[in-house]
Design a protein around this ligand. Structure first.
Ligand code: SAM
Length: 226
């Protein structure tokens, strides 16, 4: 009997409220330490977008002119600016004035002379005919209403010089990423959009985990003349 009393007293003292809180805090701290030490999931866009490799595969040279159609916040714009050099040019086009202003502000802040922002309409990039060597459409077409995609693609092709290129990067239909699940465009539809605009599939890159990456070519004047 006496033994039991002693035991109860000891355990009651061991688990005083203060001690309980202390134990909880230690366990929580250990838990967060374990989480921090665990290998991080690849969540940053750079990991799956591989922008340096994508830009390299656009085949740009010093002095090239490229349109970043639907540039958004300029994820590719500034990388393209570096790739084409000071003698080159990037036309960053957008229908969103807000996004374009953010790009323009950054251009100004960095004193960049080779990036020009262009506010555009849903089916009109406002680019002059045959004014660019290439155009990049990255993750844009699925944001364009279906009935406007053909007109926008044709308008972009008009702005590409004969023999120039259109690159389309867009979600794979079954990409295991949360974005735009209900509005992804099947690869076949992208091929049709480009073919209907007079382009030929010229190359395809398969290394992007979540996106198709297609290179189309506009016929040269001679090829167009037959
Ligand atoms: C998901 S963001 C992609 C931005 C950028 N290309 C990138 O890869 O980070 C799609 C962008 O396309 C723009 N957009 C949608 N329809 C467009 C159109 N018809 N012409 C130009 N831009 C368009 C949107 O305003 C938006 O900024």
């Amino acid at each position: 009997m006496a033994d039991k009393t002693i035991t109860r007293r000891t355990s009651a003292r061991t688990f005083t409220p203060r001690r309980r809180i202390g134990i909880i805090l230690v366990v929580a701290a250990l838990g967060s330490l374990c989480l921090a030490a665990a290998p991080k999931k690849k969540t940053s866009r750079d990991q799956w977008q591989q922008p340096a490799r994508v830009v390299a595969d656009l085949g740009l040279k010093d002095g090239s002119v490229i349109a970043d159609v639907g540039c958004g916040s300029g994820y590719f714009t500034f990388r393209l600016g570096k790739a084409v050099g000071e003698k080159g040019k990037v036309f960053a086009t957008e229908i969103s004035a807000k996004s374009l202003k953010a790009v323009a502000d950054k251009v100004k802040k960095q004193n960049l002379t080779n990036i020009e922002t262009v506010i555009s309409e849903p089916t009109d990039t406002k680019l002059a005919p045959a004014s660019v060597d290439a155009a990049l459409l990255c993750n844009v077409l699925h944001h364009v209403p279906k009935d406007k995609r053909a007109a926008l693609t044709k308008n972009i092709v008009r702005a590409i010089r004969p023999g120039g290129f259109l690159f389309i990067v867009g979600w794979r239909s079954k990409a295991k990423i949360k974005h735009d699940i209900n509005r992804r465009i099947p690869r076949q539809d992208l091929l049709k959009l480009a073919a209907d605009a007079g382009l030929t599939l010229d190359g395809e890159f398969y290394y992007l985990e979540h996106q198709v990456f297609l290179r189309f070519r506009k016929p040269t004047k001679a090829a167009a003349a037959g």
